[in-house]
Design a protein around this ligand. Structure first.
Ligand code: NDP
Ligand code: 8X3
Length: 250
């Protein structure tokens, strides 16, 4: 039977790499993001290269009405895998200087957006007594680094929510996995530094960061295990990164 994965934040980086990986492995896909042009382009590429059905849903995960109406269009469909990936860091400032707009954006996207999606998709899985939710956490959800304050807090929340979801969905047989990466070279730093290319490039200078495909490979792998096996949690780092702050730059 052909399976379906819903991937949030599929317009870029880890989400886009997951879309390609799951399409390569014959999954039908529901791809979401705010940038519709990118979703349409990705749909075109994937349907050209693979025999899969792609549904795109363009909405902002921070808007709970938009989330509900988008997921309501899927009623009746089975969602086998949900990848809660959409997220961002905005700014890198000490707490006493942080932008409250940045704080709202991170908390509304990384925490509340993930909750809104899950609240609408999990009941569809519960109904079928089957499904797998993969939350993209971060090393920032295990440690706190200087000026990481609110981003780190939002990813600590993802860590807690992953554990909570696993307990609440246990009796419905739904798997819940957290994948927590270290530095992955995506548009993440361009977004964090608001388009400052040089500052963004410096994040990945002098070492080989993870590639989004590395995370996609692992996200797919966790879905291939037998029904009785679940990977609860994976921390995946570049070999050159020991923890949140220690990177072996050459
Ligand atoms: P990208 O910036 O490349 O991708 C982020 C994705 O999230 C985009 O597709 C974007 O789509 C989507 N997104 C952001 N805000 C919203 C929103 N309000 N509504 C809907 N979609 C949204 O970054 P990454 O691929 O690196 O990030 C993916 C996840 O991985 C994030 O949760 C991030 O925190 C996490 N992560 C990243 C790491 C890294 O080093 N890169 C390390 C650890 C975790 P659009 O703009 O079209 O809406
Ligand atoms: C992204 C990785 O270390 O920049 O979650 O916070 S880090």
């Amino acid at each position: 039977m052909i399976k379906t994965a819903l991937i949030t934040g599929a317009t870029s980086g880890i989400g886009k790499a997951c879309a390609i990986k799951f399409a390569q492995n014959n999954y039908n896909l529901i791809l979401t993001g705010r940038r519709d042009d990118r979703l349409q382009q990705l749909k075109k590429e994937l349907t050209k290269n693979f025999k899969v059905e792609i549904t795109t849903l363009t909405f902002d995960v921070r808007n709970r009405e938009e989330v509900k109406s988008a997921i309501d269009t899927l009623k009746g469909q089975t969602i086998d895998v949900l990848i809660n990936n959409a997220g961002l860091a905005a700014g890198l400032d000490p707490i006493q200087e942080g932008s409250m707009d940045d704080w709202d954006q991170m908390i509304d996207t990384n925490v509340k957006g993930l909750l809104y999606i899950t609240r609408n998709v999990a009941p569809l899985m519960v109904e079928k007594k089957s499904g797998h939710i993969i939350n993209i956490g971060s090393i920032a959800g295990r440690e706190v680094y200087p000026k990481g304050n609110v981003y780190c807090a939002s990813k600590h929340a993802v860590d807690a929510l992953t554990k909570g979801m696993r307990i609440d969905l246990l009796e419905s047989g739904i798997k819940v996995t957290q994948i927590a990466p270290g530095a992955v070279e995506t548009e993440f730093s361009m977004v964090r530094f608001k388009g400052n290319q040089q500052t963004a490039d410096n994040v990945y200078k002098g070492f080989e960061p993870l590639h989004p495909e590395d995370i996609a490979d692992v996200a797919f792998y966790v879905t291939t295990l037998p029904a009785h096996v679940n990977i609860n949690d994976l921390l995946i780092m570049p070999t050159a990164q020991a923890n949140g702050t220690t990177i072996n730059r050459k």
